[in-house]
Design a protein. Structure first.
Length: 103
């Protein structure tokens, strides 16, 4: 299941930090170059375990949101692919870290 199979509703007031790109990599790919929608949806799915359709999103689905949504915001394929690789590599640290937070 991917985002194409359902919708994600993000509650008003949810805070996120765009794409978490370490500063040394900004000359290659800066946080503001990776769309707004993809990092927003990705962070929300990671922190809240929100449903896509009728299932709770898996980490794999949340990571897939990066490559599915970035092109719709005009992000070049290589940048979306690099962002996807980064979340695949480091995302386990953050997945569902706010589970106790109901909002």
């Amino acid at each position: 299941t991917t985002l194409k199979d359902g919708q994600v509703t993000i509650k008003s007031g949810f805070c996120f930090d765009l794409a978490s790109v370490p500063r040394p990599f900004w000359p290659l790919i800066a946080p503001h170059e990776l769309s707004i929608a993809a990092p927003l949806v990705h962070d929300y799915l990671y922190r809240k375990g929100t449903k896509i359709g009728d299932q709770v999103a898996t980490r794999k689905q949340a990571d897939a949101a990066v490559v599915e949504l970035m092109p719709t915001d005009g992000v070049r394929t290589w940048k979306a692919t690099l962002a996807y690789a980064a979340v695949k590599l480091t995302g386990w640290v953050f997945f569902h870290r706010d589970e106790a937070d109901p909002d």
